[in-house]
Design a protein around this ligand. Structure first.
Ligand SMILES: [Mg+2]
Length: 332
């Protein structure tokens, strides 16, 4: 029989979780160009804060982030820093969504739309690591996507598309992307402008039905793309709502009308561009169309089921941003 403690005044609380030294995992996409030594920055700032040596993991062509994120979760780290583009972030988030483990963003490369939508500086790796280790936390929605009724769902954080926009992603030349950045998408966009609309059936929240001949259907969790353009005006990452956009240019000047309404933030009566909000969306086409999630080309599909999961991903943010959704206390 264990002897009782001498006094009752000292409660035997489990202080292990409190005193355990914290640890970050860095999941790095080694293909992304950077002049900084990302590993050295994460190590230096971790040790400075009294954290353990970080866990270093690299993405590969075969595993762009899932296995690495699962390994980080198994190692029970306190934060997982995704260093790469939106593709890396998306794969890591697919594993972290629904867990208590926070995601930190270290933007590398050209796009980084999630970081831009969160107003995170995309050119400050050191600041990004500081925010990941000691910033504030906020919860954001993720959107689950099942393609062709597959059991396994993907997630996206920024936007997904079926049709024209996904064809652009599939067609964008990597060599051009390295040279001219996002202008490479414009090149692919112009090449894909001609083309036939598809008959599309959309069901929102299991009730509202939209039928039409469309070039593209997009789902948005947030709205900003490059060049300051907001293609889902007012879309919020934490409102529990999915924004849906349909694109149906008609006639010789159809694409001008689409662009005009985009630039007018959706205002106007032109039906070539329409917006909806919902919690779930089902999109069906007769013949397979290209699909993209956060810029990752997924291949072709005929059916896409989208479902927003509110506040299901914990994100580390730079401390001090004036956003009411952000907690006011820094991470201890
Ligand atoms: Mg939303």
């Amino acid at each position: 029989m264990a002897s009782l403690p001498d006094t009752e005044s000292e409660p035997q609380v489990d202080t292990q979780s409190e005193s355990r030294t914290k640890r970050a995992a860095l999941i790095l996409n080694p293909v992304k160009p950077t002049t900084e030594d990302i590993r050295a920055i994460v190590t230096e700032l971790s040790l400075e804060k009294g954290w353990q040596e970080p866990l270093f993991l690299e993405t590969t062509a075969d595993d762009p982030g899932h296995g690495q994120a699962r390994e980080a979760l198994k190692a029970d780290v306190d934060v997982v820093i995704a260093a790469g583009g939106d593709g890396t972030v998306r794969c890591v988030a697919e594993e972290l969504a629904g867990t208590e483990t926070a995601l930190g963003l270290l933007p590398l490369g050209t796009g980084n739309l999630l970081a831009r939508n969160l107003d995170i500086d995309v050119d400050d790796p050191r600041g990004a690591v500081e925010a990941a280790l000691g910033g504030t936390e906020r919860l954001i929605d993720v959107v689950y996507v099942n393609v062709d009724r597959a059991q396994d769902a993907h997630v996206f954080l920024v936007m997904a598309g079926l049709g024209f926009d996904a064809a652009i992603m599939a067609d964008t030349r990597d060599d051009l992307k390295d040279k001219v950045g996002w202008l490479a998408y414009v090149d692919a966009g112009i090449r894909n402008l001609p083309g036939k609309p598809s008959r599309v059936r959309i069901t929102l929240d299991g009730r509202r039905r939209i039928n039409g001949r469309l070039r593209s259907v997009m789902g948005g969790n947030c709205g900003k793309i490059m060049g300051g353009l907001e293609i889902f005006p007012g879309a919020k990452l934490d409102d529990g709502l999915l924004d849906v956009m349909t694109i149906a240019p008609s006639g010789a000047f159809g694409w001008f009308a689409v662009l005009g309404k985009l630039l007018a933030r959706g205002k106007g009566k032109d039906p070539s561009l329409e917006y909806y909000q919902c919690k779930t969306a089902e999109i069906e086409v007769d013949s397979p169309l290209e699909i993209e999630l956060d810029g990752d080309h997924l291949g072709k599909g005929r059916h896409m089921a989208l479902r927003v999961e509110p506040s299901s991903l914990k994100l580390r943010m730079p401390y001090g941003k004036k956003d009411p959704a952000i907690l006011t206390n820094p991470i201890p």
